[in-house]
Ligand binder design. Structure first.
Ligand SMILES: [Zn+2]
Length: 192
């Protein structure tokens, strides 16, 4: 993608989506090296985007931004060299980097114990009665839709690295995410 001042934000948003995807991705022997290389690239790109934005802003103050794209690009590169900056996602990328470097191999999905066929009525997060049940397809545990939604949003907002299934003893070590939640209307028939 061509970088212009106008699409810098878009490129950064794409990066945010990739980071969110990686947050939900378990580390395996197969993906570890590939993801580490990707993260290194993203770390550089993240910082470059911030520096580039600042360079454009400096340039526009000098009113040179209306020149031809080649002239602008050249001027931007020169200014960028003198800018030192953190990236926008430095912290998130660092957490991911550490997790993939550590190479903690997650348990295979197939080995996951299937949860028994009777369920507690209580949501494991709020400890209140479940009103709108959803089932985690990875481990079979059931939560209230609103409660698990809020729990995921809160953890993302606070940039937590780990927010596994909150059921005690659950072996599922993949962070909760909405894609894994499936409707579970049979729940009320199967309650204890
Ligand atoms: Zn679970």
């Amino acid at each position: 993608m061509d970088l212009t001042y106008r699409n810098l934000g878009e490129v950064h948003n794409n990066m945010r989506r990739v980071i969110e995807g990686l947050n939900d991705l378990p580390v395996t022997k197969e993906n570890q090296q590939e993801i580490l290389a990707l993260l290194e690239e993203m770390e550089k790109e993240d910082i470059d985007l911030v520096r580039r934005r600042q360079a454009y802003e400096e340039l526009s103050e000098k009113e040179e931004i209306g020149s031809t794209p080649e002239v602008v690009e050249e001027a931007v590169l020169v200014i960028m060299e003198d800018i030192e900056s953190e990236g926008k996602f430095t912290e998130e990328l660092k957490v991911l980097h550490e997790r993939f470097e550590k190479g903690e191999v997650e348990e295979e999905e197939g080995e996951m114990e299937v949860v028994s066929t009777t369920y507690s009525k209580k949501d494991p997060i709020t400890k209140e009665d479940i009103k709108d049940p959803v089932r985690n397809s990875r481990c079979g545990h059931v939560y209230d839709r609103e409660s698990v939604n809020e729990y995921i949003q809160m953890n993302k907002k606070n940039r937590m690295a780990v927010y596994h299934c909150p059921v005690q003893g659950c072996k599922n070590k993949v962070n909760l995410n909405l894609q894994d939640m499936v409707d579970f209307s049979e729940f009320f028939k199967l309650c204890k």
